[in-house]
Design a protein around this ligand. Sequence first.
Ligand code: 5RP
Length: 262
Amino acid sequence: MSGQLSPIDRAKFAAARRAVDFVEDGMCVGLGTGSTAAWMVRCLGEMVREEGLRITGVPTSSRTAALARQIGIPLSTLEDVKWLDLTIDGADEFDANLTLIKGGGGALLQEKIVAAASDQMIVITDVAKEVTTLGAFPLPVEVIPFGWQTTRALIEETLTGLDVMGHAVSLRMNGQEPFYTDEGNLILDLALRSIGNPRQLSLVLNQIPGVVENGLFIDICDVVIIGHGDGRVEVRDMGAGTVEQDQIDFAEGENIFRNALD
Ligand code: 5RP
């Protein structure tokens, strides 16, 4: 069954499967958004059903909430739990400092709030997302709909004075319509190509009127788990300063693959 998955999906599953080893009984867990995070939600669902794992999940998007509900993970909200033990989420890019670009799926705002309210954030990713310099992936910026064209113009003007290579800003679309986030906002994607100073960029962007949040995650991620298509995983822990290699057995995921591919 795992043979029906693409190498990239096998890599994403491997990272997700290793990440759920960090989840302990009774934990409150932030559930990220995207295709890698979806594998993690499916793995957790199986642990809840088959092993009696008791957790409370806090989803970072309506999409993740729907999947978790369907799979049988008990859910709560950040308003109710206020603080989480752990968040596991994907990323669009990460660098050696575990600075991330997120928001490819449009959920960056809830993802950042939930991750910032967690004792630990683990990022699960395939190897292709590791970069020396962030910025090849367009940086998502969530803006309120009111006067968004003015916000875009202010962003474009601001970018000319910053250490970035590209300045093109585009409104994210969903077919013919603008893409709206779960909070009813818009996303502007910034094609920067190279971000010389992520910290400065993040601070400056968040000061522009109309900007709600940007997709740079700085000093938030503690551990990155990098999956490979052959089941190898690398666990890099920034706090502990350790790097561990592991191997995931795809045979353990057969039920998960069957349900996901149905
Ligand atoms: C959603 C995100 C995702 O984590 C990011 O886009 C990675 O997605 P995928 O796991 O599908 O590659 O930030 O807002």
